[in-house]
Design a protein around this ligand. Sequence first.
Ligand SMILES: [Zn+2]
Length: 191
Amino acid sequence: MEPKKMDTKKIESGFRLVMEGLGLDLSDPHMADSPQRVAKAWTEELCRGLKEPELRMRTFPLMAGYDPSMVVLQDIPVKSLCAHHLLPFVGKATVAYIPQKKLCGLSKLSRIVDHFSRKPQVQENLTHEIARFLQDNLDPLGIGVIVKASHFCMELRGVNHKGVMTTSTLMGVFLTDPTVRAEFMALAQAE
Ligand SMILES: [Zn+2]
């Protein structure tokens, strides 16, 4: 996706309107600068994935004769926004792949998760987008991505039910080989 140009002034005036609509006193010293502060948080943190340049992934060749086994990174922080309510959903991701010819640095896996997290979306798409990016860049034997996150839109609204949602995307041998699939699911649930 092309990086987006953001109009910070427009975002500021939008948040000012929200505050006025709520009948808040914008002369209160705690709130006077809130529209600017909030706009900054939205553009620089919450939605920064929208304006970041397209991710490039450096890969390393898999050693010849190496018997490919699963590479797993757990507990990757997920901080995102639900597209329906623009409220946060936060949690953890587990990302795994079985290399075919290429490897990537482990830290790159958390970088990928962070990049795709930082924008409004539905969690199902986030899980899929991470898996698709790895598929395109690593061409591995298989990929598994699990995201487990609490949705504030569920926790704060209505029944105040604990809104933890789990989504997963499996590709390649993670889908077709029951042993690989079971190993991955056991790891992902072990947290
Ligand atoms: Zn929501």
